[in-house]
Design a protein around this ligand. Structure first.
Ligand code: NAD
Ligand code: NAI
Ligand code: ISE
Length: 337
């Protein structure tokens, strides 16, 4: 069976996901796309050599009788409505992070999916599919460094444009850590605090950059995450886990050690597309296989809701001096793995 996909949002990651579904992965083809920038969508279809219809809006893609499943890669504030419409149409949907801008929005999706009676939603949290994160989790779970006590993390992007605002450092960027660290430690967060160091001269009026987010988990693990989205030098993701008897760090992407011009050096990546390229392939193949088998097992709407519950607290903490508590209701049996 070839799964017929509709893609809503043909920007940076939309085009990347279309390319991988069309030329890298097995079992699917893109048959329809849409974007509020219709010209951009038409150009993307041409550039990527697709035989896909360009429809005038996302609703048309969702309700097209030719489309079996959806990929939502439009801007963050549009995700919730498209996912709810996909559930209403009874179609599986892979939605880029965040599932919705607020926990309230994610909860509406969780409620709609439970009412539908079967999992239809996978969220684009790709880091659990990354071999580096998998190796780090294996070390933690083996007990080799004892119980995790503290984590030091960094999420650095070279630059963002003027549409990126202070709250997006949480809802658009930190959301990856809010999700992957729950998975890595197998526990939820109880509080968040945000600290603003001296601002970089490379930021703009709407963005306080960098930020430090301090998180606490149910078992008392303390986590600091530096978010620095105009760091200039590269795209750099760091996670160091300090345990009772040792320290485990996320592996660096492999790169040749160069001795030249009186220096020893490694290249640093500059683009998120390259840093997790294999993980994006694996997460989407998992989605395609899951839809064909009728059983989705990747990051769920509940995972999207849990991450956004913590994100809500972080956004509140950006405007509060002390910690803000985080409270997640028990996971419904529907989402037990
Ligand atoms: P982008 O701005 O390059 O692309 C977004 C596209 O969506 C644009 O082409 C825009 O015209 C279109 N769009 C906006 N509203 C729309 C609507 N209502 N209907 C149809 N199309 C619409 O952004 P991007 O970098 O591709 O990011 C897209 C999404 O992917 C975001 O939600 C982002 O958070 C997510 N993302 C995730 C990762 C990751 O590492 N998982 C990386 C990049 C982006
Ligand atoms: P982008 O701005 O390049 O693309 C977004 C596209 O969505 C644009 O083409 C825009 O015109 C379109 N769009 C916006 N609203 C729309 C609507 N209502 N209907 C149809 N199209 C609409 O952004 P980018 O970087 O591709 O990000 C898209 C999404 O992917 C975001 O939600 C982002 O958070 C997520 N993302 C995830 C990444 C990951 O690592 N998982 C990496 C980059 C982005
Ligand atoms: C982008 O949307 C992503 O998801 C990238 O993975 C992240 O590093 C970046 O900060 C976001 O803007």
């Amino acid at each position: 069976m070839t799964l017929k996909l509709g893609v809503i949002g043909t920007g940076a990651i939309g085009q990347e996901h279309i390319r991988r579904c069309s030329y890298v992965l097995q079992g699917a083809k893109v048959v329809a796309v849409s974007d509020i920038n219709l010209k951009g969508a038409a150009e993307a279809v041409k550039r990527l050599g697709l035989e896909a219809e360009v429809l005038s809006d996302g609703e048309q893609v969702i309700n097209s009788s030719n489309v079996d499943a959806l990929i939502v890669t439009s801007w963050d504030p549009t995700h919730e409505a498209f996912v709810l419409a996909a559930i209403a149409a009874g179609k599986p949907v892979f939605c880029e992070k965040p599932l919705a801008i607020t926990a309230e929005g994610c909860k509406r999706i969780v409620d709609a999916e439970i009412a539908y009676g079967r999992r239809l939603v996978q969220v684009g949290f790709m880091r659990p599919y990354d071999q580096g994160y998998q190796a780090l989790k294996k070390v933690i779970d083996s007990g080799e460094i004892g119980q995790p006590l503290m984590l030091h993390c960094a999420h650095r992007n070279p630059a963002v444009d003027e549409s990126y605002s202070t709250d997006m450092a949480i809802t658009n960027t930190l959301i990856h850590e809010l999700s992957v660290l729950r998975w890595l430690l197998n526990e939820d967060f109880v509080s968040a605090q945000v600290i603003f160091p001296r601002a970089t001269a490379h930021t703009h009026a709407k963005l306080r950059d960098p930020q430090i987010v301090l998180l606490e988990t149910v078992k008392g693990v303390r986590i600091d995450v530096e978010i620095f989205v105009n760091c200039k030098y590269g795209y750099d993701i760091q996670t160091e886990v300090v345990g009772e008897s040792g320290i485990a760090s996320l592996p660096e992407p492999s790169s040749v050690l160069l001795r030249s011009n009186a220096k020893r050096s490694h290249n640093i990546l500059t683009d998120w597309k390259d840093r997790f390229i294999d993980a994006y392939d694996t997460e989407l193949q998992d989605f395609i296989n899951g839809v064909i088998k009728g059983e989705l097992t990747g990051p769920s709407a509940w995972d999207g809701y849990a991450a956004s519950t913590a994100a809500d607290a972080c956004v509140k903490a950006q405007n509060t001096s002390g910690p803000v508590s985080i409270s997640l209701p028990p996971r419904p049996a529907f989402y037990e793995r």
